[in-house]
Every structure is written in structure tokens, then in C-alpha cells.
Design a binder for this molecule. Structure first.
Ligand code: ATP
Ligand code: MG
Length: 871
């Protein structure tokens, strides 16, 4: 079977695939057909959040990665412990020729308090292949596997290898057996065989599973290391090409296990610190490159929330190591991408196909984080200057946390920079702040599920492609408490309700029985079935019901969904084949479509797209739907599959003329039902990804009405002129012309007024005092004041009261000698005097203005200024 995408889109409990079994979860839970019952694959996994988080180990050790390939084989009610053990052994020893003397296996020791005995069965099958001293009892932590707090679980059996060199064995004096599960980097687990036979209920008790399941997982990179006789995953040909490229770019040297073993001990001690840091940094970058590139190729762009934030943090961790230890002050990671694509692009074509997008996104993220780093370092420098001033040697933990929280500065980087400058960091306080933040996040997200209450046995059947109403019974229900609000989830035996999936929002409607009607407020998709959300449980849950979808909403959503298919097709026609869907959102009101494209679309291109879509709408192309089509056949039909999407063996193909896609959504019966299509906006969501928002049908009608209303109103302003554009243009020209004329008139008026005012001016103790009240704009008043000063020549106090549009304005001009010798201050005087016109203002000592509300107070204000001047 092919690998499922590493990024999980439709499971609220998991952001990334962290084990091979994730994609078979619904089979294990009994909600999907288990055929074929034997499967095997290699699965892209990412262990950086939640239950499995290896991030902090990565780079520091040589056998944990963020992204790795997990080889697995499954049996759903077919072979069990014996088959799994025999095949695992045959594969490792007979096929791959690993040395059996180096292999150790563990079996579950049992748990008296849970009343589970030791897994003697597994031990007995192992005994067929390995001597007794290679079989080790393991505790619940290592040897009892659980899917989550509840759900399938069972004992497991791990296979460990002792990969120590003869010298290491001799030096340690310990057997491999003694080092199993002791965190020795050379005695590591490579394969875990899980025997699922129980189901854990919410109250913690166990019940037998109806179908025994084998689930195994083996780390490909660790296996390769064993086969190539290496002592570090990074020394294998999975990682070496990337590391070679890092050496080439940085000019630094990576030491393989052999290099460090053989180098002179004196040299090691001299260089230990720095060369070890270079090694770690190179491993971190080689590892994180894979995680980030595969995530982006699977459709998860770095962002500020949820899965996107996890990816952003991984990338930033790599940038930080490259920056600090490899001297890379510019974007670096994206330069390694061509090597990765060369190495893995054949096995994972999604990587090759989207190389350009991945590179662009990575470089942009790196650039932006490097800018942040620079900002953070500047802040830290400032903080250290302050510390020095205050004669302190310890940086506040809250400050360190702020650097972490806003600038992505992890504690160790802050500490490193501080240490280099002779400071320490208050780690305790940092950790306390961190914990506080975590608690806040946890409380906000806390959800509590009760056990499912089973009313009937059976699997759900979805009938929504053909019906919007259907007779049904409730199979099971459970109570969910989220942030103190309570709702119920119902699973029906037959349902027309489409649960939220693939960007289409869940349907709403009602559940009706003889005696009551219950509103279905949402429907979501979980483990291959629709879960209906209701606020209240029906009084008689066992009654027969009619499940009825809100048809208006359904039709509107369907039209929007079909429109996204036509849009996808039209974009490829207009922009080219590089256009890849990168996300979509379809609701009854609108649609949103994200796609890869590297520049802003022009108006012409947007029009061309709209024309193609509307043309297809007018052709009224009927829906051509193919359910349960084998995957390969669908590909042959030319159906477009999305990268990062998980498809079963049988898929549904939705075709409207030339548009042909893999799709499980609810669609219009024919394109004509869309009515009309209009793009509302085109914008950027991330480097290399554009977003189109659009409306269809009735929503377009409303849009048209609002445009029409605006137009009508505008026309009415211009007496419903026929040539509206011509008339508006004429108005604009006239307006510009008049503005110029007014300015000229005003200049003349200022000139004349200055003259008249000066003529009326009087001398008081050698100072020319000019006052006047006249109609004029504040700007003209300013011009006038300056004009008066220029024309007056000597000592001057000029106080003007002007009125413009009924608003009074007070303007004061004082000659420089009065400011210097008499200490007159126009700013102060205007503040005081403007109270009389109910206003306020200010300015400089030689010139100030104030506006007000009461024009009647102007002459009093003028007098007040003269009085204050005390000439
Ligand atoms: P470990 O104790 O070494 O972390 P695990 O108990 O977490 O391993 P499982 O969850 O049983 O491992 O996963 C199955 C196999 O996947 C392991 O035997 C190992 O070969 C591989 N594996 C697990 N985690 C990683 C990782 N972070 N990087 C690479 N391989 C891994
Ligand atoms: Mg682990």
C-alpha cells in the first residue's frame, strides 16, 4: 500500500501521522472494511508533537528523526502473534542477513493490577528463533501499546539490535542484553510488533477486541544503518549526500562515527566543543530539511497556528542551529533541497513535482526568521546594556520568555548569547512562564469524551449522494464536554448528512421522529463515518427517525463546491499546469480556493478565468460521477489527485466535461445550477500560494443588487446623467480649476488685507500692534500673518481672528526681538486666549494658531492677547 500523507487533515485528534497504523485506525476501530486483511507499506511519519515528540533529541543523538519512514505490516483478523514473529525474523535474518547474535527481543512482563498475564505466547514463538537469554521481559511503559487514553491496545514485542563495535563491547564489558532499553546509542530498537487484542474504555477498564490486529513498525533509517554496518543513521547513504552538501556550502567538516573514533584524542579534546556542535547542527539541518520539505509538499505550509506552527518551529530550529554553529547568516536550508529531491524524489514524486513551491516557501520562511533573529539579538543587546548599567549579571526569566514567545528565541540561544557576554539567565522563571502558557493552552483546548453508548450493532452507510432525507436509527451516541458546553455526537445507521471534509463544511438539518424534532447543528467526519452534532439527546434515542438535510444550504454548498472544480480547471487553462490546489473552503455562502502560483494575477487573467467558468456554467454540463472506481482506473480517466490527500483503494471521480477530479463532496447535478460565478478577491496567503474568494448563484445576485444600488445613488447625484463617466470627469476638471482660482484670489486677498491691516495698525511703546477680524481659511490666516510680519519690518505683535465655515480661528504672530527681549510667547498666549472661543491650540513662541467653536468670542480673545502681551 502507498504511504498516507504525513499531514493529517480530517482528524481532530492528530495533526501528523506519527505511526504506520494511523491510516488504518478506522479499520482497527471497526468502521471500515478490513479487506484486504494483510497489508504492508512504508509510511512517512513525523514525531514532533503530542504523544510522540522526539524533537529535542534530534541531532543530539544519531537515531531519532523528526520525519522518518516507518516500514510496517498489518493483519486485520488474519495472522496473529506467531505469523508476525515468524515473518519478522525471516525478513531480518534470512532476507536482509542481519546477524542473529546481535538481535534481542522483548515481551510484556504482565500487569497484576490490570490482571493481564505475561505474554507467554509471544515468548514461546520467539523461542523458536532465539536463545532464551535474548528474550527480555519488558514493562508496561515499553511493552504495552495504547492508541490513546481510550481505544485499541495490547502487548507488544520489540526487536533491538546491538550495533556496538568489537572495541566498544570489550571496553564496556556488558552484554547487549544488559543494554536493551537503556538509551545506549548503539543498542537500539528497530522494530516493534504490536499485538492489539484489547479495547481501553473511558473508565480505564479493558475489554477484548472483536478482531485481533497485528501492527508493526520498523524505522527504515535505523534498518539501513544496520545493513550498511554504520553506527549512526547519519552515516548511511540516506543522509550522507545531504551532509556532503552542507559541508560544501559551509566549508566545515562533519565527523562520521569512524572519523571521531580514529582521530587523535588530544585533537578531540582541543576541538571537542566546536566540532561536536558542528556535527549536531549538520544533523539537525539534514533532518529538519526532510520534515519541512515533506510537510510543505503534503500541503502544510508554515503558519502561526496548529500544524503550520509546528512546521514553522521545526524550520526555525534548523535556521537557529545553522546560524549559530554553521555560520549561516543567510537562508541555507533551501539550498539543500535539490539534493534531497535527487535522493528521494523518485520514491516520493510529490516532492519532485512541487520542488519550486517548496524551495520558495522555505527560503521566504528562512529569510523572515533571520530578520526576526536580528531583531531579537538587537533587543537582547539592549537588555544586556541595561544589565551592565544596573550592575546585574542575570537576565530576567520573563525577558527571556518574551524573546522566546515573540521572537522565537529558544532559551538555549538566549543563554548562549548571554554566556558569551558574561551573563546568566533566570531559567526557573523562564520555565514558570512557559508552564503558565502551556496550562492556558491546555485549558482552552480541553475536551472530554464519554464512552460510546451502543444502541445497535453495525456500520454506517452514507446515502447523501442520492438522498437528502432518509429513514434511520441511532447506532450509538456519546456526550462531549468542551469548555463547559455539552453536546452529543450521534452515529446513524444510514445518513444523508455530509460530514465536514475536504474543505466542505458539515451539513445541518433535523432528526425527526413521531414525537420530536432534534436539530442537527453540524456534522463532521471521523474514522470514515459521519458524526452528527446535537445539543440535546432525543428523548427516545431508540426510536426510528427521519434524517433531513437543510436542502437550501446543501444546494448552495454544492454549487460552490462544483464551482471550485471549474475554477481549478480554468486556472490551469489561464495560468498553466503548475497550478496545484493548496486548500479550499466551501460553505453555503462563499468559496475559497488556494493554489500554487508565483505572482499576483492580473485583472485580465482574473476575467479570463471568470469567463471560462461562466461559459461552463451556461453549457449546463451534467455531473458525471463514478463511485467506487479503483484508484488506478481513476488516474487513467485523467482525474486530478491532490498531493497530501489520503485516498482509499476505491475512489470517487467527479467529472464536469473537461474538469475531472478525485472528490467525495456533494456537487450540483449540473453546472447550470451554479447560476453565475464571480471572483471577489485575489490575494497572497504565503510564499507561492494565492487565494481566490468567489461567490455563486444567489450570492452573486445579492452582490449585483448592492452594486446596482451604489450606482443608482451615484447617478442620482448627477441628475441621472446618461454619460455618467463624462459628467464626473467634467466635475473633477471643474473642481480642480476652481481650486486653482480660489488659491489665486486668496493670495490677492492676503496681499490686500496685509496692506490694510498695517495701515490700521498702531504703535505701542515702539511695537507695531496689528489686529483684525476677517473671514478666511486657517491656511490663509497663516499666510496673512507671515505677510504682515514681512511687510512690518520692525517689532510686531499681530493678532488675527478669522472665521471659516462658521469656525473661529485665532492666529498670533510675534517678531523675533519681542520673543527674545520681551519674552513674549505666542504659543502660551494662544492657549490662554483660545478659551474665549471655546477652543484650543498651540505653537511656537513666534507663531501660534488655535481653532474654536464660538466665533462670537473672537474680539474678546484678541483683546485678551493684547492685554497679556503687556507692551
Ligand atoms: P524509541 O524508544 O527508540 O524512541 P519507540 O518506542 O518510540 O522507539 P515505536 O513507537 O515502537 O518506537 O516505533 C516503531 C519503530 O519506529 C521503532 O522501532 C524505530 O525503529 C522507529 N522509530 C521510532 N521513533 C523514531 C524516530 N524518532 N526516528 C527514527 N525512527 C524511529
Ligand atoms: Mg520514541
Amino acid at each position: 500500500m502507498p504511504s498516507a500523507p504525513m499531514v493529517i487533515k480530517d482528524d481532530p485528534t492528530l495533526m501528523f501521522t506519527n505511526a504506520g497504523m494511523n491510516q488504518w485506525k478506522d479499520i482497527i476501530l471497526g468502521t471500515r472494511d478490513p479487506e484486504p486483511r494483510r497489508r504492508a507499506d512504508t509510511q512517512k511519519c513525523l514525531r514532533v508533537s503530542g504523544k510522540h515528540n522526539d524533537l529535542e533529541e534530534v541531532g543530539h543523538d544519531t537515531y531519532h528523526h523528526t520525519m522518518f519512514e516507518m516500514l510496517g505490516n498489518w493483519s486485520f483478523g488474519d495472522y496473529f502473534k506467531e505469523g508476525a514473529i515468524d515473518m519478522a525474523w525471516e525478513y531480518l535474518v534470512d532476507v536482509l542477513k542481519l546477524n542473529p547474535d546481535d538481535l534481542y527481543v522483548t515481551v510484556f512482563e504482565g500487569s497484576p493490577e490490570e490482571n493481564i498475564p505475561r505474554d507467554d505466547e509471544a515468548a514461546q514463538y520467539w523461542a523458536k528463533h532465539v536463545p532464551a537469554d535474548h528474550i527480555i521481559n519488558g514493562n508496561k511503559h515499553d511493552n504495552f501499546w495504547e492508541m490513546g487514553d481510550t481505544g485499541p491496545c495490547g502487548p507488544c514485542s520489540e526487536i533491538h539490535v546491538d550495533s556496538r563495535t568489537p572495541e566498544q563491547r570489550a571496553a564496556s564489558g556488558k552484554t547487549g542484553r544488559e543494554l536493551v532499553n537503556k538509551d545506549d546509542p548503539q543498542v537500539i530498537e528497530i522494530w516493534n510488533l504490536v499485538f492489539m487484542q484489547f479495547n481501553r474504555k473511558a473508565d480505564g477498564s479493558l475489554e477484548k477486541l472483536s478482531m485481533n490486529v497485528i501492527d508493526t513498525g520498523m524505522g527504515f533509517e535505523r534498518l539501513v544503518r544496520m545493513m550498511q554496518g554504520k553506527h549512526s543513521n547519519y552515516d548511511t547513504d540516506v543522509f550522507q549526500p545531504i551532509i556532503k552538501k552542507e559541508e560544501e556550502i559551509t566549508g566545515l567538516k562533519y565527523s562520521t562515527f569512524e572519523d571521531s573514533e580514529s582521530s587523535e584524542s588530544s585533537e578531540i579534546s582541543r576541538n571537542a566543543g566546536s566540532s561536536e556542535q558542528i556535527n549536531i547542527a549538520m544533523r539537525v539541518c539534514a533532518d529538519h530539511l526532510r520534515a519541512v520539505a515533506f510537510s510543505i509538499a503534503d500541503g502544510q505550509l508554515p503558519s502561526n497556528a496548529k500544524a503550520g506552527y509546528v512546521i514553522r518551529r521545526i524550520l526555525r530550529r534548523a535556521v537557529r542551529y545553522a546560524y549559530t554553529f554553521l555560520g549561516q547568516k543567510e537562508a541555507f536550508l533551501y539550498k539543500l533541497l535539490p539534493t534531497l529531491v535527487e535522493e528521494m524524489g523518485d520514491a516520493f514524486p510529490e516532492l519532485k513535482a512541487q520542488q519550486q513551491l517548496v524551495a520558495k516557501v522555505m527560503k521566504e520562511e528562512e529569510d523572515s526568521f533571520l530578520r526576526t533573529l536580528d531583531k531579537g539579538i538587537a533587543l537582547l543587546d539592549k537588555a544586556m546594556v541595561q544589565l551592565r548599567k544596573e550592575n546585574k549579571t542575570e537576565l530576567n526569566g520573563a525577558e527571556a520568555f518574551r524573546l522566546f514567545d515573540t521572537y522565537g528565541f529558544p532559551l538555549d540561544l538566549t543563554e548562549l548569547i548571554c554566556r558569551e557576554n558574561g551573563f546568566t539567565v533566570n531559567e526557573e522563571q523562564f520555565n514558570a512562564d512557559m508552564q503558565k502558557q502551556k496550562d492556558r493552552a491546555r485549558n482552552a483546548a480541553a475536551v472530554e469524551n464519554s464512552d460510546w453508548v451502543e444502541l445497535r450493532q453495525g456500520e454506517q452507510q452514507f446515502v447523501g449522494y442520492d438522498f437528502s432525507e432518509y429513514e434511520c436509527n441511532i447506532l450509538r451516541y456519546r456526550k462531549v464536554t468542551q469548555k463547559k458546553t455539552v453536546f452529543y455526537e450521534l452515529v446513524l445507521d444510514k445518513t444523508p448528512f455530509y460530514g465536514e471534509m475536504g474543505g466542505q463544511v458539515g451539513e445541518q438539518g433535523v432528526l425527526v421522529s413521531e414525537s420530536e424534532t432534534v436539530e442537527i447543528i453540524d456534522a463532521k467526519r471521523e474514522n470514515n463515518q459521519t458524526v452528527h452534532i446535537v445539543k440535546q439527546l432525543p428523548k427516545d434515542p431508540a426510536a426510528p427517525f427521519m434524517a433531513c438535510v437543510d436542502v437550501d444550504k446543501r444546494d448552495a454548498s454544492a454549487a460552490n463546491h462544483t464551482a471550485t472544480h471549474l475554477l481549478d480547471y480554468a486556472l490551469k487553462q489561464v495560468l498553466g499546469d503548475h497550478v496545484e490546489q493548496k486548500g479550499s473552503f466551501v460553505s453555503p455562502d462563499s468559496l475559497r480556493f488556494d493554489f500554487s502560483h508565483f505572482e499576483k494575477m492580473s485583472d485580465e487573467q482574473l476575467r479570463a478565468v471568470e469567463r471560462i467558468v461562466n461559459d461552463m456554467i451556461r453549457q449546463d454540463i451534467p455531473l458525471d460521477e463514478h463511485r467506487d472506481t479503483p484508484f488506478e482506473e481513476a488516474k487513467k480517466m485523467g482525474a486530478i489527485a491532490l498531493f497530501g490527500e489520503k485516498y482509499g483503494d476505491k475512489v470517487r471521480v467527479v467529472r464536469f466535461g473537461p474538469s475531472c477530479e478525485f472528490c467525495g463532496g456533494i456537487h450540483a447535478k449540473s453546472t447550470g445550477r451554479i447560476g453565475f460565478f464571480k471572483i471577489i478577491s485575489e490575494s497572497s496567503v504565503a510564499a507561492g500560494v494565492r487565494r481566490i474568494e468567489a461567490k455563486t448563484g444567489k450570492e452573486c445576485e445579492e452582490l449585483l443588487y448592492s452594486l446596482e444600488d451604489t450606482m443608482k445613488a451615484v447617478k442620482a447625484f448627477f441628475n441621472n446623467a446618461k454619460d455618467l463617466q463624462g459628467v464626473i470627469l467634467k466635475y473633477i476638471e471643474e473642481h480642480d480649476h476652481m481650486k486653482k482660482e480660489i488659491e489665486q484670489f486668496q493670495a490677492q486677498a492676503v496681499e490686500r488685507s496685509a496692506q490694510t491691516l498695517l495701515e490700521k495698525g498702531r504703535m505701542v511703546n515702539g511695537v507695531m500692534v496689528v489686529t483684525g477680524v476677517l473671514p478666511m481659511t486657517p491656511a490663509a490666516a497663516k499666510d496673512l500673518a507671515f505677510k504682515v510680519r514681512a511687510n512690518a519690518g520692525g517689532s510686531l505683535l499681530c493678532v488675527l481672528g478669522t472665521v471659516y465655515q462658521e469656525k473661529p480661528q485665532l492666529t498670533i504672530m510675534v517678531s523675533d526681538d519681542l520673543v527674545a527681549d520681551h519674552k513674549l510667547n505666542a504659543g502660551q498666549m494662544v492657549r490662554e486666549a483660545s478659551k474665549l472661543i471655546q477652543g484650543g491650540g498651540g505653537g511656537q513662541p513666534h507663531f501660534a494658531q488655535a481653532g474654536g467653536k464660538n466665533a462670537d468670542g473672537l474680539s474678546a480673545a484678541l483683546d485678551k492677547v493684547i492685554e497679556m502681551a503687556k507692551l
